[in-house]
Structure formats: structure tokens, C-alpha cells
Design a protein around this ligand. Structure first.
Ligand code: NAP
Ligand code: MG
Length: 503
């Protein structure tokens, strides 16, 4: 079904398995079709062609999956396992991800469009690390012993302590920009903490998540503990968010759908964590080391074709170095090799879907019509795929759509500033989002002072897009609720119980 050009990597025999037969979903340990019998097409964004079929789940399938997860939570064996046993299974998932690294990287590149070199170097190993970092927490979910006073019971003696317990059945809905990694970010901590899961993969990119489901079975995750379904947001995502037997919902995606998730969760007041959009400021001070800053600022926006919630999409440059930095980043963009993800020489692939292509090119048009100018790019790339050229927009005003809204493509706006305290900090924070930010300077005092003033969950100094399983990630303001990764994510997946004993 899938034609591969000569210079592209040869597909692993196992990859063909996902392409040549309709992919099934994992519910209660069984690989099943949707109850309705409906499937949908999976596209290769480099060629705008159909490469596979996936099951289109709806409410009935979600119900089945939630019941399985509920039973697995309430009856065990998962929840009765020792922490060490659970930790070993989560660790094994990480091992198996590396064992199947080439299959996973190819599926990711084919389905999402990202360069195979990036999938191999970043997505796959980061997903493996995430499971292994979280595996360690399974044996360290400790409570506290608490000294209490109780003024209305003078003379009494107490032993009080807290326990950390799993939340229960977790619904998890993920996007298409890092399909495997987003699945790992959510599944790793949920499993380490002893929860059970119903996850919906993004319609645009179901393949690597299904392979991960197979890996989790092989690692020994018991039936019903993880249920992985495919389908569309309204049919398969919304019923998870609304389901009365789901205790917690974790969502990554647009701020708009994040609001729908909150509404849907209202019925049984399930716990909600959200990782939403961004319009992150990337700030270059006058004293920055431009040799590092220019490629750094380019990577901040162009990594993953700008399809990153943390993308450094608003570049602020001090007026004294503005021309040099803009020309440098534009030059970097001009030299990026666009092509299909499976070509080992490709540095930037296509956008994920026709919808995203239309959305991003729409922003380019709106920017131009409002007076912005492309210093480089500004148009679609060659070929039938969803290619957009890496773009640097200048002559941008702070009220333009391209400056205000999350574009989620390889498009950065470059703005000048003159004063750090009076002007820059205000402009950097003048957004409804607060996910990430970057600062480039050789003045360590300025860097820390600025880092404290930026209203965002992540600040990178003299670097950008540095992610690690041990670092918490999440947003201020409309960029979300709660944190993923690090020790902080355990708050999303555990309840805290206070036990008080009268001695
Ligand atoms: P999206 O609509 O927010 O989709 C994210 C996930 O939510 C997908 O699995 C989607 O399903 C599902 N979904 C959609 N509607 C839903 C509903 N009513 N109830 C429950 N789940 C629902 O994001 P998108 O359409 O893929 O992209 C649109 C924009 O969102 C992007 O341009 C970007 O600005 C932003 N975005 C942000 C992130 C991030 O990491 N923060 C990631 C992706 C996109 P299906 O897609 O399968 O139908
Ligand atoms: Mg696809």
C-alpha cells in the first residue's frame, strides 16, 4: 500500500504489519475492531496518500474499555502487586521500546512526517527514558508521618500519617505532534502510581501508540490495565472525558479542546490535568553569544516543524543585534533540507495533516495581509505533501494574529526591543499562554532575574527544547493545569489520604 522512494530507508518487515492490515485497538487485553465496524484512513503527510486503516471507536467501545479498566483497578492483580513488581514491568516497557526502536522510529516518521533521524535520536529514546524514570517512583510513593496538636482534645496521643494512593481509572487523550512520547508522558506515571488507563490516540497518528500497546502487553501489563483506542475527538475522546466511571482525565492538545474537557469532566468532578498551547517568548539580550544564539533560536522554532507546544514562536531581539540575529536565523532556515521523513537526509518533514497545512498557510496569508513580511519562507514547499517552508516574519506588530495566536508550524515572528525592565518583560508576558520561554545572554545575573519574572512553566537559558523525564513541564495561565514529568507529575496520578490513629 505504501510506496517508498529510492533514497528513503527500507521499511522494517514489522512496520508492514501495521500498514497491510487494518490496525486493531487494545481493549481488555484483546486486539479488537470497533463495535460499529467503522474504520478511518491513516495518511502519510509526505505524500498525501493513505497508508493504513485504523478503528473508529465511539461511545460503545469507550464503555467497553472503561469497564475493563475499572475491573482491572477494582479487582487486581495490578493494584495488588508489590510496588517493586509494578516498577519492574514499567521499566521493561522502556527496555522493549529500545528493542523495537527502529520499528517505532519508522512508524513515527511515516505517520507524523518527522525526520527519521529525529525520531531515532529523540522521540524513541526519550519515551524509553520516561518509562524507566517513572519505574523508579513505583517504590518511592511515600507519605509523611505528621505531628498533630488537636487543641480540643488535650492530653490525647496520636499517630497521624499520609498515604499516596492511585487515583483509579485515568482517561488520557493525546495529540499528534509527538505521538509516542506524549503516550509515554502520560502512561509512565499513571502506571508507576498503580492506576489503570483508557487512552485515545490522535486520529492523525495512531500507529506508534498501537505498537506501544503491543509492547506493554509483552512487558507484562495485565489485561485491562491499559486500553488503547483509536478514533476521532468528538466520538471517542469526548465520551472518555464525560464517563462517570473515569476518575481522572489527562489531556494534551489545543486550549479550545482543553475547555471542552473541563466541561465534560464536570459531571462526576473527575480530576483534570491539561497541557495546552503556547506562544513562547524567546529573548536575545544585547550581550548574547550569537554563534550559539542564532542556531539556538532557529531550533527553538523549527524543531519538529514548529509543531511543539513549547515552540519559541515569538523571538524578541535587542535592537543592537536585531538585524544580525534575524539574518542569521533566516539563513539557517534557508539551509534546512525539507523532504519526506523517511529520507535520512531530511531535516524538516511535512506538517502532520492537510488541516494543519491549511491552518499554517492561512496564518501566513493573514500575516502578509496585515503588513508582516517574510524575511525567509512564507510559502508552501514543493511536492504533494503538506510542506511549509521555514519562515521568519518581520515588520510584525504586537496586535497581529501571527503574533498573538499559536500557529503550530515553522513560523516565528521577530520583534525588536530596547529596554529590558520597562518594555521587554511586559511584552514577553503579554499573552494568554505561559508554557515556556528562552533567554540568551552571557550575563548570569540578568538571566536569573529575567527567569524569575517570566510567567511560564519552563525557562531555558542559553538553550531551548531541553526535555528530561526528571524535569517538570507544564503551563501557567491558559497553557494548562498541573505538571507532567518529574516528581510533580505524581500529584496528577495519586490521591493523598490522611490517616489519624488515636493511641
Ligand atoms: P486538538 O483538537 O486539541 O486534539 C488533541 C486531542 O484531543 C486529539 O486526540 C483529538 O482527537 C482530541 N479531541 C478533539 N476534540 C475533542 C473533544 N471534543 N473531546 C475530547 N477529545 C477531543 O488539537 P488538533 O486539532 O490536533 O490541533 C489543533 C491545534 O491545537 C494546533 O494547531 C495547536 O495549536 C494545538 N495543539 C497543541 C498541542 C500541544 O502539545 N499543546 C498539540 C497538538 C495541537 P482527534 O484529533 O483524534 O480527532
Ligand atoms: Mg498520519
Amino acid at each position: 500500500m505504501c510506496a517508498v522512494a529510492a533514497r528513503e530507508v527500507a521499511l522494517e518487515p514489522n512496520v508492514r504489519k501495521w500498514l497491510d492490515n487494518p490496525c486493531r485497538m487494545l481493549i481488555d487485553g484483546q486486539w479488537v475492531t470497533s463495535e460499529s465496524g467503522k474504520t478511518f484512513d491513516v495518511f502519510n503527510p509526505a505524500t498525501d496518500t493513505v497508508i493504513a486503516q485504523a478503528q473508529a471507536a465511539d461511545k460503545t467501545d469507550v464503555n467497553k474499555a472503561v469497564k475493563a479498566a475499572r475491573r482491572a483497578f477494582d479487582d487486581g492483580p495490578w493494584t495488588k502487586m508489590s510496588p517493586a513488581e509494578r516498577g519492574r514491568i514499567v521499566w521493561k516497557i522502556g527496555d522493549l521500546i529500545m528493542e523495537y526502536q527502529e520499528e517505532l522510529a519508522q512508524l513515527e516518521s511515516l505517520d507524523n512526517g518527522k525526520p527519521i533521524s529525529i525520531a531515532r535520536a529523540a522521540d524513541v529514546p526519550l519515551a524509553s527514558e520516561l518509562f524507566q524514570y517513572m519505574a523508579g517512583w513505583a517504590t518511592k510513593l511515600n507519605g509523611d508521618q505528621i505531628g498533630i496538636t488537636v487543641p480540643y482534645a488535650p492530653g490525647a496521643e496520636w499517630h497521624a500519617y499520609t498515604r499516596r494512593e492511585p487515583v483509579g481509572v485515568c482517561g488520557q487523550i493525546i495529540p499528534w505532534n509527538f505521538p509516542l512520547l506524549m503516550a509515554a508522558w502520560k502512561l509512565g506515571p499513571a502506571l508507576a502510581c498503580g492506576n489503570t488507563v483508557v487512552m485515545k490516540l490522535a486520529e492523525e497518528t495512531p500507529l506508534s501508540g498501537l505498537k506501544l500497546a503491543e509492547i506493554m502487553q509483552e512487558a507484562g501489563v495485565p489485561d485491562g490495565v491499559v486500553n488503547i483506542i483509536t478514533g476521532f475527538g468528538e466520538e471517542a475522546g469526548a465520551p472518555i472525558a464525560a464517563h462517570p466511571m473515569v476518575d481522572k482525565i489527562a489531556f494534551t492538545g489545543s486550549t479550545e479542546v482543553g475547555r471542552l474537557i473541563v466541561d465534560a469532566a464536570k459531571g462526576n468532578l473527575k480530576k483534570v490535568s491539561l497541557e495546552l498551547g503556547g506562544k513562547s517568548p524567546n529573548i536575545v539580550l544585547a550581550d548574547a553569544d550569537l554563534e550559539k544564539t542564532i542556531p539556538g533560536a532557529a531550533n527553538a522554532i523549527f524543531f519538529n516543524h514548529g509543531q511543539c507546544c513549547a515552540a519559541g514562536s515569538r523571538l524578541f531581539v535587542h535592537e543592537s543585534v536585531y538585524d544580525q540575529v534575524v539574518e542569521g536565523v533566516a539563513d539557517f532556515a534557508r539551509n534546512i533540507k525539507l523532504g519526506p521523513g523517511l529520507d535520512p537526509e531530511t531535516q524538516m518533514g511535512p506538517l502532520v495533516s492537510r488541516t494543519q497545512f491549511d491552518r499554517v498557510t492561512g496564518f501566513l496569508e493573514s500575516g502578509k495581509s496585515q503588513g508582516a513580511r517574510a524575511a525567509v519562507g512564507g510559502e508552501r514547499g514543493d511536492g504533494d505533501g503538506y510542506f511549509v517552508k521555514p519562515t521568519v516574519l518581520v515588520d510584525v506588530k504586537d496586535d497581529m494574529e501571527v503574533y498573538q495566536e499559536e500557529i503550530f508550524g515553522p513560523v516565528v515572528t521577530a520583534s525588536k526591543f530596547s529596554d529590558l525592565d520597562e518594555e521587554l518583560i511586559k511584552r514577553a508576558n503579554d499573552t494568554v499562554f505561559g508554557l515556556a520561554s528562552g533567554i540568551w545572554t552571557q550575563d548570569i545575573g540578568k538571566a536569573h532575574r529575567l527567569a524569575a519574572k517570566i510567567r511560564a512553566g519552563t525557562v531555558w537559558v542559553n538553550c531551548y527544547n531541553i526535555f528530561d523525564a526528571a524535569l517538570p513541564f507544564g503551563g501557567y495561565k491558559q497553557s494548562g493545569w498541573g505538571r507532567e514529568m518529574g516528581e510533580q507529575v505524581l500529584n496528577n496520578y495519586t490521591e493523598c489520604k490522611a490517616v489519624t490513629v488515636s493511641l
